[in-house]
Design a protein around this ligand. Structure first.
Ligand SMILES: [Zn+2]
Length: 340
């Protein structure tokens, strides 16, 4: 959810203005880093799997991602009616959760009205009416991703209403900070949350950078960082942030979505941290445990669901449908040149 649709940018999804000219992100092949992260478990607290493929699920599972959170999000074009919100929310607790389980990954989600679509007030009003039907569902670990995009009065109105909803439901809040005017938007998001009497330890402020992190941590909020190719944070910069601030209340995520993004951002960053001499315990905190502690306040995360590994039965069905199409066999061998 990001840019004005009239703007043209190479990556409109989680894009932010960036003063960097050189790409902060470099690709490394699985064989380059598999041994560095051997035995590590990862939790991606922000990734939009409805936009990703089965190849992604398989690669994530192979790289050690055992659980994830899918925040409710903007789909890339404005929804035209309430039904598409309903179907989307239903898929986050339904088909997508099932699909994830078929690849051995525990799927949670956060529910919310995204900031861009808060600007369509007649529709936003209707969405606010149905949101309570979804936030109490099993596996919903927060209200999110909410906050500011263009920092309009309508965005503020629905952000405040959803903070109240989170408070009432005793759920953590996942804040999307704006791409433009990030510093100001981040400060404003935190000030409003405090004004609503929300304990900062219940709020995960997302898409931080070097400019926002200190203030977020000083105020007692969780600081999430999105490792996103070219735009938000490269993982070399992320290593420096962890070196400077330590692991406390810091977590990283991929925010992979329908734009150019990397669902393996966490395992790759863990490998890079390992190469740079960061301790295993610090890596574990920022790539796994802190996300569980923050979103676990919802009471919805039971680590025994994913720490012991999954029995995957890819012939299982969700409402009569399986992920196998037309008599496919489960889990084909991915490295095989011949596709049968
Ligand atoms: Zn997102």
């Amino acid at each position: 959810m990001c840019l004005n649709p009239n703007e043209t940018a190479p990556n409109p999804s989680h894009f932010e203005e960036s003063e960097e000219t050189a790409a902060a992100h470099r690709d490394i092949a699985w064989n380059d880093y598999r041994d560095l992260i051997k035995g590590m478990r990862f939790f991606d607290p922000h990734i939009h799997m409805v936009s990703r493929t089965t190849d992604d699920y398989q690669a994530m599972h192979q790289a050690g991602i055992v659980a994830l959170i899918e925040p409710a999000f903007w789909v890339g074009q404005p929804r035209t009616g309430l039904s598409s919100f309903k179907d989307y929310y239903s898929s986050l607790v339904g088909w997508e959760r099932f699909r994830s389980s078929q690849f051995g990954i525990k799927h949670y989600c956060t529910m919310g009205l995204n900031s861009r679509e808060a600007n369509n007030e007649p529709l936003a009003e209707q969405v606010m009416e149905i949101l309570p039907l979804y936030i109490y569902k099993e596996g919903v670990v927060g209200v999110g991703e909410i906050g500011f995009d263009d920092q309009t009065p309508a965005e503020e109105k629905y952000y405040r209403l959803q903070l109240e909803l989170a408070k009432e439901a005793k759920l953590p809040v996942q804040i999307h900070t704006p791409h433009r005017d990030k510093k100001k938007g981040t400060e404003r998001s935190m000030a409003i949350a405090i004004e609503h009497g929300i304990d900062p330890s219940w709020v995960i402020v997302d898409h931080n950078n070097e400019e926002t992190v200190k203030s977020v941590l000083d105020k007692g909020f969780w600081a999430a960082f999105t490792i996103y190719p070219f735009t938000k944070m490269g993982n070399e910069r992320m290593v420096k942030v962890v070196e400077q601030y330590g692991p406390e209340r810091i977590m990283i995520n991929s925010a992979a979505d329908w734009g150019i993004s990397d669902p393996l951002a966490i395992p790759k960053t863990a490998a890079l941290m390992k190469m740079k001499g960061i301790s295993d315990e610090t890596i574990r905190l920022v790539t796994y445990q802190n996300a569980i502690d923050a979103f676990g306040k919802s009471g919805q995360i039971d680590v025994t669901d994913f720490e012991g590994g999954y029995e995957i039965d890819q012939s299982a069905k969700f409402h009569g449908n399986s992920i196998l199409r037309g008599g496919q066999q489960p889990a084909p061998v991915k490295d095989s040149l011949v596709i049968r």
